[in-house]
Design a protein around this ligand. Structure first.
Ligand SMILES: CC(C)(COP(=O)(O)OP(=O)(O)OC[C@H]1O[C@@H](n2cnc3c(N)ncnc32)[C@H](O)[C@@H]1OP(=O)(O)O)[C@@H](O)C(=O)NCCC(=O)NCCS
Length: 191
C-alpha cells in the first residue's frame, strides 16, 4: 500500500458523481501544465466538454486530495479506436504539488488498475519536451516501454493475479476509509 508523500494528501478513486471536482481541477492547471496535459493549449470550454465526454463507467480515475480538494489525477480509460487490450492514461497535478512524488504514486495506482483490467498496452500522449513525464515513465522501465513524442507503455503482467486484485481492493479500502474520515472531519468542522 502506498501513502502519498505530501502531508495530509490522500489518493483514492473518484466517483462518477465527482466529475465536477475533476473539471475544476483541470481548469485550475497553470498554462504550461494544461498544455502538457492535453498536448497543446486548450480552452476552458474544451476542458468542460472533455470531462463531460470522458466521465464514464469504463474510466478509472484516481484523485490526489489535500484537505478535501482535488489537486492531482491519473486517468485510465479504454482506447476508443484500439483493441480491448489497449487503454490510455493521462496525469495532471497542480503546480504547487508537482515534483513531490504524487505523479509516481498515481502512475503506480494506474498501472495496477490497468493490469487488473487486462490492458496490455497503455498509451500516454506526452509532448517531446515534457521531461518530467518522461522521467516519470522511465522510473517504470521494468513495466513500461515508451517512444518519444507519444509514450506507449506496455503493462508488465498480461493478466491480473489474485494478489494484484487484492492489492487494488486494499488500496480502495484504504482510500474509502480515509475519504469517510475526511467527510466526518468536515462535518465536525462545520458542526
Ligand atoms: C508530469 C507529472 C504528472 C509528474 O508528476 P510529479 O508528481 O510532478 O512527478 P514526481 O514528483 O512523481 O516525479 C517523477 C520523476 O520526474 C522527475 N522530476 C521531478 N521533478 C522534476 C523537475 N522539476 N524537472 C525534471 N524532472 C523532474 C524525477 O525523475 C522524478 O522521479 P524521482 O523523484 O524519483 O527522481 C506532473 O508534473 C504534471 O501533472 N505535469 C503537468 C501535466 C503533465 O505534464 N501531464 C503529463 C501528460 S499525460
Amino acid at each position: 500500500m502506498h501513502d502519498p508523500l505530501i502531508d495530509g494528501g490522500v489518493i483514492r478513486k473518484l466517483w462518477i458523481s465527482e466529475a465536477d471536482l475533476y473539471r475544476d481541477h483541470l481548469l485550475r492547471l497553470d498554462g504550461e501544465s494544461r498544455r502538457n496535459r492535453f498536448g497543446g493549449g486548450v480552452s476552458d470550454e474544451f476542458i468542460r466538454s472533455y470531462v463531460n465526454l470522458s466521465t464514464g463507467l469504463d474510466a478509472v480515475t484516481h484523485g490526489f486530495f489535500v484537505d478535501g480538494a482535488l489537486r492531482g489525477a491519473g486517468e485510465l480509460r479504454p482506447l476508443e479506436s484500439g483493441s480491448a487490450a489497449e487503454a490510455e492514461a493521462a496525469f495532471s497535478i497542480e503546480k504547487p504539488w508537482q515534483s513531490h512524488g504524487v505523479g509516481t504514486a498515481l502512475l503506480e495506482r494506474t498501472l495496477l488498475a490497468a493490469r487488473n483490467r487486462g490492458y496490455k498496452l497503455l498509451h500516454m500522449a506526452c509532448l517531446a519536451e515534457n521531461r518530467r513525464m518522461q522521467q516519470l515513465a522511465r522510473k517504470f522501465d521494468a513495466e513500461l516501454t515508451f517512444d518519444f513524442g507519444s509514450v506507449v507503455g506496455e503493462v508488465e503482467a498480461p493478466h491480473p493475479t489474485p494478489l494484484s486484485v487484492i492489492r487494488e481492493m486494499m488500496e480502495d479500502g484504504h482510500g474509502f476509509a480515509t475519504a469517510m474520515l475526511e467527510v466526518q472531519s468536515r462535518l465536525l468542522r462545520t458542526a
